[in-house]
Design a protein around this ligand. Structure first.
Ligand code: NAD
Ligand code: MG
Length: 298
């Protein structure tokens, strides 16, 4: 019997085992500038109408995991509002063009989510321009290494918490008045929330908080017909890594310590978000779906 090349693939070599050269960029890193290029599913993601007619707001949607989720959502039939930082316009335009090629609406809403007023405005603009809102993906994040707690600047601690968890509260709170029963919220947490790297004390602790936030809020909103879940990626090749998300000397081995033996690509994470956003996961609430190449979690 013939097997479909897309439906039957060995996960070990579905994507190449990359060994990124030492490289550096200031944060936020740009997708345009990472070597090797990341795969957001531009050529490969096939939709099957699982999110037909849905209206989604995705933060950090210009690059990496958020870009792959935005493309996948559009291919599944959703209109998408994309948030990212103003300096990331070029990366965002690539995603927006890819979405428009699928015939779906892509609304660009750049701005800094560390600002409470902006978060509220972002949700209002998304709901107005999409003519409603029924899916929220809180995915933007900040990850900067610091080897020693005494060298972790107070300002970095504050900015990491603001970006990763404070903004999630502001955006989610503002979104609730728009989300009808049947809506979904998916938050991006991390393997770091379970197995913290000692160089990522601030970042990893926000990710543990996101898990807990998702499980608590999931229970609170379930009776209203709104489901909250999370996705915990492992090592995924995105611009967050070469912009001080990892020590430079570790980049050539990035992701090679997973049971699969390679880093993941952003497009491999997107299906978890599609599943948790689509009505097919109607009985899944407060769950964290791990997409990490097989690293066991406690
Ligand atoms: P990425 O750099 O492509 O995406 C992060 C995005 O966050 C940026 O593109 C930027 O638009 C957004 N962002 C950061 N600060 C912001 C601010 N103040 N205002 C608005 N937007 C802001 O990297 P990524 O790896 O795709 O990261 C996406 C999410 O995945 C993050 O939450 C990250 O913590 C999480 N994650 C990544 C990995 C990984 O290995 N790459 C693993 C686990 C979790
Ligand atoms: Mg980016």
């Amino acid at each position: 019997m013939m097997t479909d090349q897309l439906t039957f693939q060995n996960p070990v070599d579905r994507f190449p085992q990359i060994s990124p050269p030492k490289q550096d960029q200031p944060e936020p890193g740009f997708d345009e500038e990472i070597t090797p290029k990341a795969d957001h599913g531009e050529e490969s993601y096939r939709g099957t109408g699982r999110l037909e007619g849905r209206k989604a707001l995705i933060t950090g949607a210009d690059s990496g995991i958020g870009a792959a989720v935005a493309i996948a959502f559009a291919r599944e039939g959703a209109d998408v509002a994309l948030n990212y930082l103003e300096v990331e316009e070029e990366d965002a335009q690539h995603v927006i063009e890819t979405i428009r090629e699928t015939g779906r609406k892509a609304v660009a809403l750049p701005g800094d989510i560390r600002d409470k007023e902006f978060c509220t405005q972002l949700v209002e603009d998304a709901a107005r321009q999409l003519e409603g809102l029924d899916a929220l993906v809180n995915n933007a994040g900040k990850q900067i290494i610091a080897e020693d707690l005494t060298e972790l600047p107070d300002d970095q601690w504050e900015q990491t918490y603001k970006t990763n968890i404070q903004a999630m509260f502001w955006i989610t709170k503002a979104a609730l008045k728009h989300l009808p029963a049947g809506s979904t919220i998916v938050n991006t947490t991390s393997i770091q929330g379970y197995n913290p790297n000692p160089m990522l004390i601030d970042y990893a602790s926000t990710k543990a908080a996101i898990n807990n936030f998702s499980k608590g809020l999931g229970q609170q909103l379930a009776p209203k017909g709104i489901r909250v879940n999370a996705v915990a990626p492992g090592p995924i090749w995105t611009p967050i890594q070469p912009s001080d998300g990892q020590p430079k000397e570790k980049l050539p081995h990035f992701g090679q310590n997973t049971p699969l033996g390679r880093a993941g690509q952003p497009t491999e994470v997107a299906p978890a978000f599609v599943f948790l956003t689509s009505a097919e996961s109607s009985y899944v609430i407060g769950e964290t779906l791990h997409v990490n190449g097989g690293i066991p979690t406690p």
